[in-house]
Design a protein around this ligand. Structure first.
Ligand code: PEP
Length: 252
């Protein structure tokens, strides 16, 4: 029996003081809503504040990226050990904005995933097709290929700390949402691919989230689908009332 995971991705939003105010407001709103795990993935500079503000609540804190090297001459980068030491539990890897604007490839996604898992972080691994790929009817091939490449050399044991976020790129930040059936079908394709790679038990256990303009109005319908185990939420995670409504939909 899989437990929903509702995760916010704040992107480049919120200062530390705004982070403290947000979590202080959110915590009582989501208290006791324990049928899902609640995660906020926040900018690096907000993590320490978020961890402190979330102490004693059911809110978990994640980062939005991590470098793949343990340490060294990588000016401006942050390692998995650094994240771990300040109380980070989760990390988003391979978000389409990183693939699109910062040269992220399946190979670097794979390296980052391995480094994060080795350090004891839980990974929210993002993948999904672009609009042209969906229109050409190759979505299934694209997500299967990404799943295989992004998880290369990751063991079945390590996979227990991986969540996959299926995020059709055309639906992120656009207000366009995959229909519940599209989300269910593609999350199902990813699950089938996991079954081929790791066996049916691993496929039954893995959390596959949907992400792409999920909001308080459409969350219930998307989450009702058998293969959708939660959401990765951008815009709607920046408002406590909207985010709480999604958490409540996962607790209904
Ligand atoms: C995201 O950032 O992963 C995302 C899904 O954004 P939005 O919900 O704003 O589409």
């Amino acid at each position: 029996m899989r437990k929903y995971v509702i995760a916010g991705n704040w992107k480049m939003n919120m200062t530390p003081s705004q982070t403290k105010a947000f979590i202080t407001e959110l915590a009582p709103m989501v208290a006791g809503l324990d049928k899902c795990d609640i995660v906020l993935c926040v900018p690096y500079v907000d993590i320490a504040t978020a961890v402190e503000a979330a102490k004693g609540t059911n809110i978990h804190v994640g980062a939005e990226n991590v470098h793949f090297a343990e340490s060294g001459a990588y000016t401006g980068e942050i390692s998995a050990a650094m994240l771990k030491e300040i109380g980070t539990e989760y990390v988003v890897i391979g978000h389409s904005e990183r693939r699109q604007y910062f040269g992220e490839t399946d190979q670097t996604v794979n390296l980052r995933t391995k480094a994060a898992l080795k350090a004891g972080l839980k990974v929210i691994l993002c993948l999904g097709e672009v609009k042209e790929e969906r229109l050409s009817g190759i979505t299934n091939e694209v997500v299967r290929m990404q799943t295989k490449l992004d998880l290369a050399d990751i063991t079945a044991d390590e996979l227990k700390n991986v969540i996959i976020a299926y995020e059709p790129v055309w639906a992120i930040g656009t207000g366009l949402t995959a229909t519940p059936d599209q989300a269910d079908e593609t999350c199902g394709v990813i699950r089938e691919c996991i079954a081929e790679l790791y066996g049916s038990e691993a496929a039954e256990e893995i959390i596959v989230q949907y992400g792409g303009s999920m909001n308080d109005g459409n969350a219930a319908e998307l989450l009702a689908k058998a293969n959708v185990d939660g959401g990765l939420i951008g815009g709607a995670s920046l408002k406590t009332d909207k985010f709480t409504a999604i958490v409540k939909a996962a607790n209904a």
